[in-house]
Design a protein around this ligand. Structure first.
Ligand SMILES: *[C@@H]1O[C@H](CO)[C@@H](O)[C@H](O)[C@H]1NC(C)=O
Ligand SMILES: *[C@@H]1O[C@H](CO)[C@@H](O)[C@H](O)[C@H]1NC(C)=O
Ligand SMILES: *[C@@H]1O[C@H](CO)[C@@H](O)[C@H](O)[C@H]1NC(C)=O
Ligand SMILES: *[C@@H]1O[C@H](CO)[C@@H](O)[C@H](O)[C@H]1NC(C)=O
Length: 671
């Protein structure tokens, strides 16, 4: 917070300069003779009952506004004094926007008479100057929504605006310099329902400061400097945002009454113990990410002192615990969370995650356990039956209990990159051995009929066995970054009618014998950064639209394979291959006249002669490959060159003779 404090100081100093400047300017302009021609602003835009006069250099409202307008936008002008004279507007106005002016004075009681004015935006002005003069804007009349954000207001200044604002419902004090919310801050605005105090420097909230607001449902205190909340007792509050403070603890007072709190954002603080939420809570959304949680127990108090406890969350739908320091989470923690749909525990130090109790987490759709230290994971029978997305990347998984994936009837996305897995051979291949035993030490991906996306990159995979995905109709399969991967001849069988994206990047593959044309729906294939010296064969017309062959060892491309590809291909990556210029002529000609997009064309080069610089394939011509190495042809060329030279010499001689003769003639004439 030190940084933001000093930033704030700088901005206050800037505001001081700004004040000086505007005051001086005001004096200069004020002393101009009254007869000087009035500044004519470009006309405002009128749209039905709304008038837009934003950014027109106005210091007072235009005089000729149409009758009966409801909405007036005067933002980004140069209003300084808001008086009955400068703001001579009709009382029908409902919505007045004065954002980004230079307002430093407001006539007392100006808004009192505006019986219809509900929405007033005074953000980004210099109302701290007004507050320093200790005058008040008086009754706020009918105003229900007031925006005072970005006015450099300090603690104690809000009273000049809020003292008499009984109709106020929504208030924004965002981006000011408040350090304290005093007991009496909101006594003049008892109808408030929503208060935003985002981006101040609040360190202290006096006891009961918000308790006067019986209707308060939404409170934004994010990006302040609050260090501790030990007595939360706003039972009617529904939404509370305390993100980006310096909170070390959040505790509710002990009470048996119902709390309305639905959404609590405590992310980006320094909380050690799980927040102590209301005992009878309706919490649906709880974000405790980026804190210092070591576990999920809360610190509670009673007469005999402090103790640790678990709490109930019967309505919780979304729980984010990512970026903490938790090593374990006991299963019982989730027992009460029968509504939970989204659980994020990524970026902790969890070593084991087991869900064994029947009906455990049965509403959960998204489970993120990525970037932990997981070695052990299992889901029991009849648990996690609604799971659709499972994030397990960046862990230490080598094996996973059988049926962990097969037992989830809705599983669609499975992210397992950056682990240490072996893929089990299909059931068919292992039918002779005891199935269970056979599956030890590996993970089975067959028979997951709902699975669509499977990410297995960076797993040190050595073998992709045949029929590995039998009865698992994947649409996307990522096997990239498994150097040395041996792909079985029938590894993709079972995916014929489903697979669309196949990623095999950086696998050191030198030969792919799989017939990719059997994958009828394949659209995108990434084979970049391998050691391919021949193209995988396509036995029939392919459906591939995007093919990446960049950074391989390709010298000659089989023309027929390319023609088979050509009918569907839209994008082709080819760069960084040692292509031969003359053995791919037909292909290059095809490329020069086709509509296929080659995004890396600048790096697609070929080798013409040994030891010479590679040439971009667009510059290859047929002639290059039909000349020069034929020595008799070069002799002929030499002969022709010799003859041409002789001719030139002869012509030069003739010309000289002619010139001399002419020259002589003319001088004779002159004489
Ligand atoms: C603004 O109003 C104050 C108080 O009425 C007055 O003293 C000041 O001269 C006014 N400034 C301008 C620029 O009109
Ligand atoms: C107050 O804020 C709430 C929530 O953002 C909004 O729905 C409501 O329309 C606002 N009321 C006024 C008068 O601006
Ligand atoms: C809480 O405030 C932060 C910072 O302004 C914002 O990014 C976040 O979306 C808010 N949380 C919720 C739940 O709206
Ligand atoms: C979980 O939290 C991390 C970090 O905040 C975020 O990057 C990730 O997208 C979240 N996961 C899900 C599934 O929302």
């Amino acid at each position: 917070m030190k940084l933001s404090d000093s930033q704030r100081k700088v901005s206050n100093i800037m505001a001081g300069f700004h004040l000086l400047f505007t005051v001086v300017l005001g004096h200069v302009l004020g002393s101009l003779p009254a007869t000087s021609p009035p500044h004519l602003p470009s006309p405002c835009l009128v749209d039905d009952m709304e008038v837009f006069c934003d950014g027109r250099n106005l210091r007072s409202a235009p005089a000729d506004l149409p009758l009966g307008i409801q909405k007036l936008d005067l933002s980004r002008n140069i209003f300084q004094n808001l008086t009955r004279e400068t703001l001579a507007i009709q009382p029908t106005i409902h919505h007045l926007n004065l954002r980004s002016n230079k307002i430093l004075f407001i006539e007392r009681g100006l808004f009192k008479g505006m019986k219809h004015l509900k929405f007033l935006d005074l953000s980004k002005n210099s109302l701290d100057v007004f507050a320093m003069s200790k005058s008040s804007i008086g009754k706020l009349g009918a105003v229900e929504s007031l925006d005072l954000s970005g006015n450099g207001l300090h603690t104690g200044m809000t009273k000049y605006f809020l003292r008499d604002s009984s109709s106020l419902v929504n208030l924004s004090l965002n981006s000011n310099s408040l350090t304290k919310i005093a007991k009496d801050t909101f006594t003049g605005s008892p109808s408030l329902r929503k208060v935003s105090l985002h981006n101040n420097v609040i360190l202290e909230i006096e006891d009961g400061a918000f308790n006067v607001l019986f209707r308060l449902t939404e409170l934004d205190l994010s990006k302040n400097s609050i260090t501790c909340i030990t007595d939360f007792d706003l039972s009617q509050l529904q939404i509370l945002n305390l993100s980006k403070n310096s909170l070390e603890a959040f505790q509710t007072v002990y009470s048996d009454s119902d709390y309305e709190l639905v959404s609590l954002d405590l992310s980006q603080n320094k909380i050690h113990y799980f927040p102590l939420v209301p005992r009878r809570n309706k919490l649906a959304y709880l974000d405790v990410s980026r804190n210092q949680l070591q576990g999920v127990k809360s610190l509670a108090h009673n007469e005999s002192g402090q103790y640790l406890m678990h709490q109930d969350f019967p309505s919780l739908n979304y729980l984010d615990l990512s970026y903490n320091q938790m090593k374990t989470i006991p299963q019982s923690f989730f027992n009460s969370m029968v509504q939970l749909e989204h659980l994020n525990i990524s970026n902790n130090c969890i070593g084991s995650f087991l869900v064994e109790e029947e009906n455990g987490l049965n509403n959960l759709k998204v489970l993120d356990l990525s970037y932990n230290s997981l070695r052990d994971m299992s889901f029991g029978k009849n648990t996690l039956l609604a799971l659709e997305e499972l994030f397990l990347q960046g862990n230490l998984l080598t094996t996973i209990e059988p049926h962990t994936f097969q037992g989830r009837p809705r599983l669609k996305y499975l992210l397992l990159q950056q682990n240490n897995l072996h893929i089990c051979p299909s059931n068919a291949e292992s039918s002779f051995s005891n199935n269970h035993k056979h599956h030890q030490g590996c993970v089975a991906f067959s028979s997951i009929p709902t699975l669509q996306h499977l990410y297995l990159s960076e797993n040190h995979l050595k073998v992709l066995p045949n029929n590995a995905f039998e009865d698992t109709p994947l649409t996307l399969l990522d096997l990239s970054l498994n150097p040395g991967l041996v792909v079985g001849l029938n590894a993709f069988s079972g995916l014929e009618d489903s697979l669309v994206h196949l990623l095999l990047r950086e696998n050191h593959i030198s030969r792919l014998d799989v017939d990719l044309s059997s994958l009828n729906h394949l659209k995108l294939v990434d084979l970049s950064t391998n050691r391919l010296s021949t193209l995988p064969s396509w036995n029939k017309e392919s459906s591939i639209e995007s093919l990446n062959l960049g950074n391989n060892h390709l010298v000659t491309l089989e023309y027929n394979t390319l023609v088979a590809l050509g009918s569907s291909l839209k994008t082709l990556y080819m760069g960084s291959n040692p292509l031969s210029c003359c053995s791919n002529l037909r292909f290059f000609q095809l490329m020069q006249h086709s509509t296929v997009d080659v995004p890396d064309i600048a790096t697609v080069t070929c080798v013409h002669k040994q030891d010479s610089e590679p040439i971009n394939i667009l510059r290859v011509t047929e002639e290059m490959c039909h000349s020069l190495d034929n020595s008799s042809r070069s002799l002929t060329i030499l002969a022709i060159l010799g003859a041409a030279l002789a001719l030139v010499v002869a012509l030069g001689f003739l010309a000289k003779v002619c010139y001399n003769r002419r020259h002589t003639n003319s001088s004779t004439f002159n004489a």
